[in-house]
Design a protein around this ligand. Structure first.
Ligand SMILES: [Zn+2]
Length: 85
């Protein structure tokens, strides 16, 4: 999902939090990008509060979906490990 910079209109990139990304694998990376900020090539890091409410709502929704995805992934891994024993 792409968003535009509220300052210059250029597309911004989701910037994952390195701390969450380092804590563990794919689930950590998913959570990292769910909670991480956005970065514009021209303006640098953009706080979420600078985005219009509509964009923030979509960000919130995609963050929730990513967290749900991370939890689902964790559950699947646990089930696979349980079945292997
Ligand atoms: Zn910008």
């Amino acid at each position: 999902m792409a968003y535009n910079c509220p300052r210059c209109g250029a597309p911004v990139k989701r910037k994952g939090s390195t701390i969450a990304g380092a804590t563990g694998g794919l689930a950590g990376a998913l959570l990292g990008s769910a909670f991480g900020g956005f970065e514009c090539e021209n303006c640098g890091k953009i706080p979420r509060k600078e985005f219009p409410p509509e964009a923030r709502q979509k960000m919130m929704l995609s963050s929730v979906l990513m967290i749900v995805g991370a939890i689902a992934l964790f559950v699947v891994v646990v089930i696979i490990i349980a079945l292997m024993q």
